[in-house]
Design a protein around this ligand. Structure first.
Ligand code: CMP
Length: 144
């Protein structure tokens, strides 16, 4: 079924000029971009986004990193968009991410893994609301 997912190109992906490459992969897959925003993540947004990781050893460095420079926050829509997004991204640990995935092709570090993708419908809705107002999601048709 058609659903929306939240995808963020992290500061390292922006710094490495991988925005175009990453967007291209999502477009070629057949997903539809319905919102995009370049922004610097605030402390408040970072803590809300990564609330489930609070208390974990990597949490402080995760917050520091995600707020360190601009990110590209996006919403992509399509059939099973959440799972397709995660398949394009690859496993969290780049050592486990298969070649052909974004992390497999471009990443070396778990902490600098280029991109984030929502892992469930609930996460997607929660994360979208942290970065976008409802009116910023653009509804339109794409020709095949
Ligand atoms: P992301 O998909 O953005 O979700 C949480 C992030 O925490 C993850 O990508 C990694 O960048 C980072 N992280 C660092 N260490 C770990 C770890 N041991 N397990 C999971 N995520 C980690």
């Amino acid at each position: 079924h058609v659903e929306r997912t939240f995808i963020m190109i992290k500061p390292d992906g922006v710094q490495r000029r991988l925005i175009g490459e990453i967007i291209s992969r999502f477009e070629r897959k057949g997903l539809k971009l319905i919102a995009a925003k370049l922004l610097k993540v605030s402390e408040e947004q970072a803590r809300a986004h990564y609330a489930e990781h609070a208390g974990k050893p990597f949490y402080p460095s995760l917050i520091e990193f995600i707020t360190s420079g601009p990110v590209l926050a996006m919403v992509w829509q399509g059939v099973d968009a959440i799972q397709h997004g995660r398949a394009l991204i690859g496993k969290t640990n780049p050592l486990e991410a298969a070649a052909g995935t974004i992390r497999g092709d471009y990443g070396i570090h778990t902490n600098r893994n280029l991109i984030h993708g929502a892992d469930s419908k609930e996460s997607a809705e929660r994360e979208i609301a942290i970065y976008f107002a409802p009116g910023e999601l653009v509804d339109y048709e794409l020709a095949q």
